[in-house]
Ligand binder design. Structure first.
Ligand code: 6R9
Length: 654
């Protein structure tokens, strides 16, 4: 990355020291870095010791056949037992595991660990009755209701890897995932609630199962287990479909769990958004549970009386690692909310349940910024003590707003970098140790090797940019791509074969202190007249303008400059239509913040941006608009009508 473009991200000069009481009592202190450096495997073995094992491992890490790692070799463990039974056995059965909040007002349920254990055991028995055996794959296509957690843990208990497909994905997406991992059973519901209305799910499953039928007309899917959530009418196949409330409610709550090999597959999670065939990321049991439970305790400084809330959907890796496996393995009390972020509703929930740790995505924060601080200011959020961010770079502007408005200027913000592939948080501040820098994810956690390197794999000096790599294996790392070892090697391990680094696909820079700044996916880097510019930087400059709530920048083909900067911006509600000179005003602002080279050729003021379900902006679609092409595949968008709104704007010349 060219030097002149790298300085603006650190415009915000303030540093935020950890609160003294948090620092004094922190779960993980400064010494952990040195301890992990002196013996990485011993460090992770200690983390694994926080879990209950059947048989203890003989070897912490087998890296004799890279990039295929084995962690806690010879150990046996059951993820569901660790997430549920052991807390009941320890006398914590009455502790609330999940404060569930449905989308319709007053539709709530509190589920204790004892109740969760019974439900998981019953569901495991019901799945066994449906013929599910250890090793069989089960697809889960459900809304954010407690049964989705029960279903996942029941699969884990049996050793039947689950693949959770986000409830908003199409029947096609579901069918391709069912086919790719050869799922035998699908668990779903009649429907779920979205923006106040019941929205059907079962028809998409029926269609998907039909699509997976072979030449003999038979699908590999033997059963569809259906939770009744909305009560809406559903088509029914008597041989195939089974109601959850009949099968599970009538099953026994006694279930003897088998201890599985540490490397037994736990789940397959398909990554979305990119073009081509989805990648089935495989996670296994012992290392994944170690990495997620330890980092959840470490990064969120989890204490026994905390109320934790991660707003991610369960159909995304954050929902797997930091709503299901990490927090439950730690015996945490958490909030689970069925709906989407509506004005005020989240803050009402924080107030009602006295949420103390809150974990969300920058896209949500920017949406709330757009609506104005009057809304969160109307709630008592003094219970909060720690805030987390994940999914995209959090620009300094949004970081400071999050800290001040949501966190009352007293809560540390942990900006956590990781991926579906890494399974666990890799780069993040430690809330009791690190003086936070708005916009920087800081450095690799203890036990994690993270670096920024150049094309040759040489570590870049402080003050320079390059590619983010992971230099050491870690417990929750993906083990392969389901059924495709070659693609696994090619995608992640072929870039730096000599050094054996994991190539993350993200651009990053090291600042003068050696702290890390994420610059977006490598393919989000533009080349304008020979200068490399990162979309994140220009977006960040735009969002620092008082009238802008959110911005997305793409590089569009340009005859003279190679690529040209095209920006799409959403204005804050307080800015109205921005005034007649808004476009010129913003172009000048970018010029002032970064330099003339970054000045957008074109700026479009739009009402919405196209985002995936996990909140990532789909820049490839914006690029289609900027390059006047037919807009590509929109099936992974959270709201597919957004592109029509944007194209209308373009048509009107705005
Ligand atoms: C957990 C998750 C992974 C990609 C990753 C990067 C981006 C995630 C980030 C971040 C900057 C952060 N990303 N966290 N970029 N700062 N704190 O999001 O997984 O959906 O697989 O996405 O998301 O580009 O490579 P996943």
């Amino acid at each position: 990355m060219s030097e002149q473009t790298l300085s603006n991200l650190s415009r915000e000069e303030r540093r935020f020291e950890p609160p003294a009481d948090l620092a004094a009592d922190a779960n993980v202190k400064e010494e952990a870095y040195a301890r992990a450096d002196s013996d990485r495997e011993a460090f992770w073995a200690d983390a694994a010791d926080r879990l209950d094992w059947g048989q203890k491992w003989d070897q912490v890490l087998d890296w004799s056949n890279p990039p295929f790692a084995k962690w806690f070799v010879g150990g046996t463990i059951n993820a569901a037992v660790n997430c549920v039974d052991r807390h009941v056995d320890a006398g914590n059965g009455d502790k609330v595991a999940i404060h569930w909040v449905g989308e319709p007002d007053d539709d709530t349920r509190d589920i204790t660990y004892a109740q969760l254990k019974d439900e998981v055991s019953k569901a495991a028995n019901a799945l066994t009755d449906l013929g599910v055996k250890k090793g069989d794959r089960v697809a889960i296509y459900m809304p954010m209701i407690p049964e989705v957690v029960v279903a996942m843990l029941a699969c884990a208990r049996l050793g039947a890897p689950h693949t959770v497909v986000f409830g908003g994905f199409s029947a096609d997406a579901l069918a391709s995932r069912i086919t790719d991992c050869d799922a035998k059973v699908v668990i779903t519901s009649d429907g779920g609630y979205r923006r106040g209305a019941a929205s059907a799910l079962k028809p998409a499953v029926d269609e998907a199962v039909e699509k997976t039928a072979g030449p003999d007309g038979q699908s590999q899917v033997r059963h569809v287990l259906v939770v009744r959530r909305t009560g809406q009418d559903v088509d029914w196949d008597d041989d195939r479909d089974v109601w959850w409330h009949e099968a599970v409610d009538n099953a026994s709550a006694d279930h003897e769990a088998e201890m599985h090999d540490s490397e037994h597959p736990l789940f397959v999670m398909y990554t979305s958004g990119s073009t081509g065939k989805p990648k089935g990321i495989l996670h296994t049991t012992g290392g994944y549970l170690t990495g997620t439970s330890f980092t959840h305790w470490e990064v969120f400084d989890l204490k026994d009386d905390d109320v934790y809330w991660c707003t991610a959907d369960v159909g995304w890796i954050t929902g797997h690692s930091y709503m299901v496996y990490g927090p439950l393995a730690n015996g945490a009390t958490q909030v689970m909310y069925e709906g989407t972020p509506e004005k005020g509703r989240w803050w009402q929930i924080v107030q009602d349940y006295q949420v103390s740790i809150f974990y969300t995505a920058p896209t949500a924060i920017r949406t709330f910024m757009k609506q104005g601080r009057e809304i969160p200011d109307g709630y008592d959020m003094s219970s909060l003590r720690l805030l987390g961010s994940v999914g995209e770079p959090i620009n300094p502007e949004a970081y400071v707003w999050y800290r001040e408005v949501i966190g009352g200027d007293r809560c540390p913000v942990v900006d956590t970098w990781w991926q579906t592939e890494t399974g666990q948080i890799m780069i993040s501040p430690l809330p009791g140790v690190t003086a936070g820098k708005p916009g920087s994810a800081m450095k690799g956690l203890p036990g994690v090797g993270a670096d920024v390197v150049d094309d040759d794999g040489q570590s870049v000096p402080d003050g320079s940019g390059g590619y983010l790599v992971l230099t050491q294996p870690w417990p929750a790392m993906l083990r392969t791509l389901w059924g495709d070892d070659q693609r696994f090697k090619d995608t992640y391990w072929s870039r730096y074969p000599k050094q054996g680094f994991y190539f993350a696909g993200d651009g990053a820079k090291k600042d003068e202190d050696g702290d890390l700044w994420m610059l977006g996916r490598v393919d989000d880097v533009m080349n304008v007249s020979g200068h490399r510019l990162s979309t994140t930087e220009i977006e960040s400059a735009l969002v620092s303008h008082p009238k802008v709530a959110e911005a997305a920048v793409v590089g569009a083909a340009d005859e003279t400059t190679g690529q040209a900067v095209c920006a799409f911006v959403i204005l804050r509600e307080s800015a109205g239509d921005g005034g007649p000179d808004i476009v010129e005003e913003l172009r000048k602002h970018v010029q002032k913040e970064i330099g003339a080279i970054a000045k957008p050729r074109q700026i479009m003021v739009v009402p919405e941006l196209p985002k995936t379900r996990s909140g990532k902006i789909m820049r490839r679609l914006l690029k289609d608009v900027a390059e006047h092409r037919e807009v590509g595949d929109v099936t992974t968008l959270a709201d597919s009508t957004v592109m029509d709104l944007i194209k209308d704007k373009e048509g009107s010349g705005a």
